[in-house]
Each structure stands twice: as structure tokens, then as C-alpha cells.
Design a protein around this ligand. Structure first.
Ligand SMILES: [Fe+2]
Length: 324
């Protein structure tokens, strides 16, 4: 990979262009070292390296650690440079509407105008490496996190929306130990249109996944009902409808409820032992989980769907016993 180039004259006037040009040279060094590391990994069948694999020390550990820290160093510097470079001669930008509404939704107790001073700046002051405002793709929430270095610790699945380099090398040349003023000047240089673009990427990805997921989610629901088939006397698989769903689920392939033709289940639905809303909620839950997580199917069932299904099982089982 080649290092990206940036026009550091487009920083807020308070920020020293020379300091950022020197900072870029550090970034260039990270790119070079990452390329060297990836070259070593190009041959996965190096017997000497394989023999070195040990938790104590050795080449395997060194290369893997380098790969992680250098990848983070390269990616985070690029994200940082991009989100502090404004269009030429522009005044400080207002926050974009999508980022603003994300903040308002996920930090309801903080005015979005205070988000920087009350949440981001203190986190950045406390960080020895990076402050990242990101979208947690696993828990589906906005988060403000810090990393003490390129190694982490970091939140798995965090998609960075705003990245701030908080290392001493990022500010000491101009600000000495006055990190607060450095962060105040960074705040005036934030390119909120870049952040808006990143939020839009999150929305697009979620939308894409939502449209791609129902088929996958149906598989989960279908399997869940396959599991329950014996207990509940659900119909043979041959009688499943054309979408491959057992008719008793009352769900069709477009995630819409349909009237269940299975009289025993239908009776339970009518009596309130299982509500259509419960079934719908279970289906929605599977779909949304599949859209935001990359957990294994088993994990997904164990943590969410199977738990929900057990409630169904109990309610339905009670009802069926009564009928028998
Ligand atoms: Fe840096």
C-alpha cells in the first residue's frame, strides 16, 4: 500500500502545518513497516516461523502483534487526518444532521452542543493514544472510546466516525504539555462533512444488510421451529409452505404475520398464550440481531432467540397439555 497524501494547509489556522507534516512522516513510516510485515505474511508456510509460535515470545507473535498495531496506526492516522482537514478557507463547520441525531438518540442526557466538551474532550484528554467516537456495530450504539496506543485496548466492532490522535507526538511540538488547547483547536478544525459521510456509510451498510438478511433470518426461524416440531406436533416438513416455513409459524417470507392455519397453534394465539405480537417480535429480534452482529448462529440463539423461544415453548406447551 502507498501512504495517502493530505493538504495540511487546510487545517484550522491555529494548528501548525509543520507539526502535521512531521506527523505525516511518522504515518509514512507506519505504512512502510506494515508493508514489510504483510510481505512476511505473504508466505504462510514458513516452517521456521511456524515453529516459533509460542505465547512467551517468538517470530510468530512479533509478526502478528506488528500486523495489528501497524494496521491500527495506519488506518487511525488516515481517519484522523481526513476528519480534521476542512475545505480550503472554510470557517468551522456545524455538526451534520445525521451525526447530530445519532448523538441525540444515543446520548439523550447530553445536549449535542455539549457532546464535544462534556464527553469527547475529557475522553481525549484521558487517552494516551486515540479517542474514537464510533458506531458499535455489535451493540448498535454510538460510543466514545479511547485507546492508549495502537494496540488498544479497543472495542471490537467499532466503526470510527471521529478519530483524534491524542499521543504526545501529535501535539507536543506546538503545545508542549497543553493538551487542552490542542484539543480546542482540533475542535475548530473538524470536518463534519466527513463524519456525515461516515454516518451515511453506517446507514447504507445497515440498509444493505437489512435487505440481505431476511432470507438468512428466515433460516434461523425455520430451524427454530424445526427444533420445536416434535414437542409441538408441528406438521411435517413436506407441508411447509412455498417459502419453506412451517404454516404453523404464522410468518411469511416478508416478515409479515399471516393467519396460522394450524388449529392448535391458532387456538393458542387466539387465547393469548402466544400473541401474534410475540411471534412478530421474535422474528424482528432475529432479523435485527442478524443485521448488527456477526455472532455465530448458536450464540445468537443462546443469547436471544432461544431464550425467547423458551418462553414460547412454555406458554405453548402449557396450552397444549391443557388441550390434551
Ligand atoms: Fe500519531
Amino acid at each position: 500500500m502507498e501512504p495517502k497524501h493530505y493538504r495540511f494547509e487546510n487545517l484550522a489556522p491555529e494548528l501548525n502545518t509543520k507539526m502535521f507534516e512531521d506527523h505525516w512522516k511518522l504515518y509514512e513510516g507506519y505504512v512502510e513497516r506494515l508493508n514489510e510485515t504483510m510481505e512476511k505474511l505473504a508466505n504462510p508456510y514458513d516452517p521456521q516461523r511456524m515453529r516459533s509460535a509460542s505465547t512467551a515470545s517468538g517470530e510468530w507473535r512479533d509478526i502478528e502483534n506488528d500486523k495489528t498495531s501497524l494496521t491500527n496506526a495506519v488506518v487511525l492516522h488516515e481517519l484522523f487526518f481526513e476528519n480534521i482537514l476542512m475545505p480550503p478557507h472554510s470557517a468551522p463547520m456545524p455538526i451534520g444532521p445525521m451525526f447530530q441525531s445519532m448523538i441525540q438518540e444515543h446520548f439523550p442526557t447530553v445536549k449535542y452542543t455539549d457532546f464535544w466538551s462534556h464527553i469527547v474532550k475529557p475522553t481525549a484528554k484521558a487517552a494516551r493514544g486515540w479517542c474514537i467516537v464510533g458506531w458499535d456495530t455489535i451493540q448498535a450504539k454510538l460510543d466514545v472510546t479511547m485507546m492508549d496506543g495502537d494496540f488498544g485496548p479497543c472495542v471490537v466492532g467499532l466503526y470510527p466516525l471521529l478519530v483524534i490522535d491524542c499521543s504526545e507526538h501529535a501535539y507536543a511540538q506546538q503545545y508542549g504539555i497543553d493538551k487542552g488547547t490542542y484539543l480546542d483547536h482540533i475542535a475548530r478544525s473538524l470536518n463534519y462533512s466527513i463524519m456525515e459521510h461516515r454516518v451515511a456509510t453506517i446507514h447504507s451498510a445497515s440498509e444493505l444488510m437489512r435487505t440481505a438478511i431476511p432470507e438468512q433470518a428466515e433460516d434461523y426461524v425455520r430451524d427454530m421451529y424445526h427444533d420445536n416440531e416434535k414437542d409441538f406436533g408441528f406438521p411435517d416438513k413436506d407441508s411447509y409452505n412455498e417459502q419453506g416455513l412451517p404454516p404453523s409459524t404464522g410468518l411469511d417470507s416478508r416478515n409479515e404475520m399471516s393467519v396460522s392455519p394450524n388449529p392448535r397453534v391458532q387456538s393458542s394465539v387466539e387465547d393469548g398464550a402466544i400473541t401474534q405480537a410475540d411471534l412478530q417480535e421474535a422474528y424482528d429480534r432475529v432479523r435485527s440481531l442478524a443485521a448488527v452482529t456477526f455472532k455465530s448462529e448458536d450464540d445468537m440463539f443462546d443469547s436471544e432467540v432461544r431464550g425467547k423461544s423458551s418462553e414460547f415453548k412454555e406458554a405453548l406447551w402449557d396450552r397444549l397439555r391443557e388441550e390434551d
